[in-house]
Write a protein that binds this ligand. Structure first.
Ligand SMILES: [Zn+2]
Ligand SMILES: [Zn+2]
Length: 554
């Protein structure tokens, strides 16, 4: 009898960094692997996040059985709140991934209606005709899995995000053996993480940051501020351990940092010695020589804790002369400018600032480098290979690497979002292009989260554009004239005058309430104006125009 064919349809993450989503379909069953978001590129200013277009899933909604998660990073779970509104299917994930999902869904008021199913690394689920096994992998966060999916057409392996860390902080090793066992049995297709294909060799173990971080904490004349991704629990664990080793106590600042530590600690996935934590309200008065603080906002997100601390606009913490500031995170391409601007603010305050690996390793990646990618190809020895999780050049180079390794017995398929592939007994065939692309979401600031609006370009044009123009003297930080507000397609001019006058008042107030450093940092001031104006205009007009503040230097 002929085997039924298997379809793979990537809806995100093949051709861009972020919004990962892969659809597998066999007969009447569809499963979706990951549902990620992406931060908007600069040309999408005014849009909060970007998610994949799920038209294909909506067209096949009766077949969609579940969303299966590989881990809890935003580029794998961030789109869930938006997708569940349309498509409320069960979500399978490990404990920590689901804890982060739960937090997200709660913010969006969707938790009660969600069907979350916790799985264990090493465990299995049967979803329609798909038999899924969760294989433990190491990465920069915890509780990450790859998926081995038994389908009527053969076994598919999806690596998720991984690196092969031989000495992980929590002692849970990368499960090489299971990959090898599937390789021996025979694998139809391997879908694998391409992120670090440009890096030769092996990605260093997470432990590689210990020496330099300890050295800096020990030598620090006053308090130490360390920023890393709030999901990097192994990094956070090391900082806690280092603080203990050098006789300091630890504080946590930033909503995501505090939440994630609480979640991981509550689940027994982090160890924090008793009496080790400085309460946030005591941070300012605590002996700076005994203080290490973990702060979120390593990417200089405009309203994040670290950005605000850098311009001395944070309730709990300031950065002062002789303090040590450490960026223990990679710089996501596109964020360079804002990160370096933030670090400049810290340098101006005469802090000792460390942000790269020049003097010793402060950050290691969570993704496999070339040698690990080769090892994966050697272990799994698939018939077909599909590089995923990368921009086109990374997918291309991963395909070339697979060619070089020579363990793919069939075909290497270099494809992008929307390109469907049908695997049959005769071969793998490129079939029709399905709708795929980026959907811009305006999630509102945290306090208006319940007013979430999904807007595509069409919707955007309905509500129009508002461009506040502010002239600021770079040196004095003073506004040189009253702000102008230019609009297109937002309000008819007769009923708009009053609203626009109000908008000017909002801008004036926002600027008045900002300090000199914020005023000289246009990224910060633009974001503050955007958030305040959005709230005001929405209240006055129930519209959500695209707001693009422009600051003129005079
Ligand atoms: Zn990840
Ligand atoms: Zn990822």
């Amino acid at each position: 009898m002929r085997k039924p064919s298997l379809w793979a349809i990537p809806l995100g993450g093949l051709g861009e960094f972020g919004m990962n989503m892969l659809v597998l379909r066999c007969g009447e069953d569809i499963i979706v692997i990951d549902a990620g978001m992406m931060f908007p590129e600069a040309e999408l200013l005014g849009v909060d996040i970007v998610i994949p277009d799920i038209t294909y899933l909506k067209q096949n909604r009766d077949k969609v059985r579940a969303i299966v998660l590989t881990h809890g990073h935003e580029d794998h779970i961030g789109a869930l709140p938006y997708i569940l509104r349309d498509l409320n299917v069960p979500i399978y994930g490990t404990g920590f991934a689901l804890a982060l999902v739960r937090k997200r869904l709660k913010e969006h008021g969707l938790l009660d209606s969600a069907d979350l199913r916790e799985v264990q690394p090493g465990g299995r689920s049967q979803i329609g005709c798909f038999g899924v096994e969760y294989i433990y992998v190491t990465h920069s966060t915890i509780d990450c899995v790859a998926l081995a999916i038994r389908t009527p057409a053969g076994v598919v392996i999806h690596t998720g995000d991984y690196k092969m860390d031989p000495t992980p902080i929590d002692g849970r090793p990368f499960d090489l053996h299971t990959f090898a066992a599937y390789g021996k049995e025979g694998v139809l297709a391997l879908f694998s993480d391409s992120t670090n294909v440009e890096r030769p060799g092996y990605t260093p173990s997470e432990r590689a940051v210990w020496t330099r971080l300890e050295e800096l904490c020990r030598a620090a004349p006053r308090k130490v501020l360390i920023s890393c991704f709030a999901s990097s629990i192994p990094r956070i664990q090391q900082v806690v351990d280092i603080a203990a080793a050098v006789g300091r106590k630890i504080g946590f600042v930033g909503r995501s940092m505090v939440d994630n530590v609480e979640i991981a600690h509550g689940m027994g996935l982090m160890r924090i010695p008793d009496g080790m934590v400085i309460r946030s309200q005591d941070l300012r008065s605590f002996d700076p020589k005994k203080t290490v603080v973990l702060v979120s906002g390593s990417q200089a997100e405009p309203m994040s804790s670290l950005s605000r601390i850098a311009v001395d606009n944070h309730r709990l913490l300031s950065v002062d002369a002789e303090d040590t500031g450490i960026l223990s995170a990679g710089i996501i391409p596109g964020n360079e400018k804002s990160i370096f601007r933030m670090l400049d603010h810290m340098f101006r305050r005469r802090a000792l600032v460390y942000y790269d690996n020049a003097g010793g390793t402060l950050h290691v990646s969570g993704h496999a480098s070339q040698e690990e990618q080769k090892l994966m190809l050697n272990l799994v020895r698939p018939k077909y290979f599909v590089p995923l999780h990368g921009e086109y050049r990374q997918l291309f180079r991963h395909a070339a690497l697979a060619q070089q390794v020579g363990t793919v017995s069939g075909e290497i398929l270099l494809i992008e979002d929307g390109q469907s592939i049908e695997f049959t007994e005769e071969g793998a065939f490129r079939r029709e292009q399905v709708a795929a692309g980026r959907v811009c979401v305006d999630s509102g600031s945290l306090e208006e989260i319940e007013e979430v609006v999904i807007r595509d370009r069409k919707h955007l044009s309905e509500d129009g554009i508002v461009v506040p123009i502010i002239a600021i003297d770079k040196h004095t930080g003073r506004m040189e004239s009253r702000p102008e507000v230019v609009t297109r397609g937002f309000l008819a001019s007769d009923d708009g005058t009053e609203v626009l006058e109000g908008a000017r008042a909002v801008i004036l107030k926002t600027i008045e309430q900002s300090n000199a450093e914020e005023k000289s940092d246009w990224g910060v001031i633009k974001e503050k104006i955007r958030v305040d104006l959005k709230r005001y205009l929405n209240k006055q007009t129930s519209k959500r125009p695209l707001i693009l503040p422009v600051i003129l230097e005079v």
